[in-house]
Ligand binder design. Structure first.
Ligand SMILES: C[S@@+](CC[C@H](N)C(=O)[O-])C[C@H]1O[C@@H](n2cnc3c(N)ncnc32)[C@H](O)[C@@H]1O
Length: 231
């Protein structure tokens, strides 16, 4: 089979990324992410369940979420910030974890110019998420919390074993999610962040690389996702 993404194109992409990041600041994170890069298998049935759903979570990235849900030693639920149409939610739930999905499901914060899928109202965004959970037969394992992540955090009192951050992508959004939600991650839990690697969301890269100076270490990476644990 012809590789649609040849080696030279990949080198070019990574070169672009390396020339755009601030070396002193983000290089330790990027190097560590490459050292821990792995391919995590994803069951075909899970990929078939999420492939038709709107969103950008790739098969590689779904693989690392599936691995964390199945293999990570800490028992307990997933706290998912940013669910959109449900790709990541379905992966975690199909792997057997209870998921607390936090998302505004609103037209203001969902970047529908990037996503879309013919959706024209906030309630339609939310209804589609719920319908996708029903179709994947995981609605019993998913609790939805509709609102801005920083507002939902104010009355949150449940600790998770896995924290997945994929909501707002500005520096303030990501920094705020880390500050407000990592206290709700169990000591032996795992933190997964989407869009850390690559040259599109450099604010996310910056917020993630700060974690290395705050007592976190890189556990694994796949696609644009980096997984962190506390030292
Ligand atoms: C990139 S999408 C999440 C994709 C999803 N994880 C998947 O696997 O397809 C980002 C989601 O975060 C939500 N979002 C963005 N900023 C938010 C905020 N401050 N509070 C709550 N939700 C937010 C958007 O509504 C959108 O649904």
């Amino acid at each position: 089979m012809i590789n649609p993404f040849p080696f030279t194109a990949r080198v070019r992409l990574w070169f672009r990324f390396f020339t755009r990041i601030s070396y002193r600041r983000d290089l330790p994170l990027v190097v560590r992410a490459f050292q821990t890069r792995r391919t995590f298998p994803l069951p075909d049935a899970t990929w078939s369940a999420i492939e038709p759903l709107d969103g950008f979570l790739s098969r590689k990235e779904a693989g690392v979420l599936h691995w964390a849900a199945c293999e990570w030693r800490a028992p307990g639920p997933v706290l998912e910030l940013g669910s959109y149409a449900g790709r990541s939610t379905v992966v975690f739930a199909r792997a057997g974890r209870t998921v607390h999905a936090v998302d505004a499901w609103s037209l203001d914060v969902a970047d529908l110019s990037a996503f879309g899928g013919g959706i024209t109202s906030a309630d339609a965004v939310f209804a589609r998420f719920q319908a996708n959970l029903r179709r994947a037969q995981v609605e019993d394992r998913v609790f939805t919390h509709r609102g801005l992540t920083h507002e939902v955090a104010r009355q949150w009192d449940l600790d998770g074993a896995i924290l997945f951050i994929d909501a707002g992508h500005t520096y303030a959004d990501v920094r705020g999610d880390l500050d407000l939600w990592t206290p709700h991650l169990k000591r032996d839990g795992i933190l997964l962040m989407h869009d850390v690697l690559g040259d599109v969301y450099l604010n996310v890269t910056r917020a993630a690389s700060e974690l290395l100076r705050e007592g976190w270490r890189v556990q694994a990476s796949a696609g644009s996702i980096v997984a962190f644990t506390r030292q």
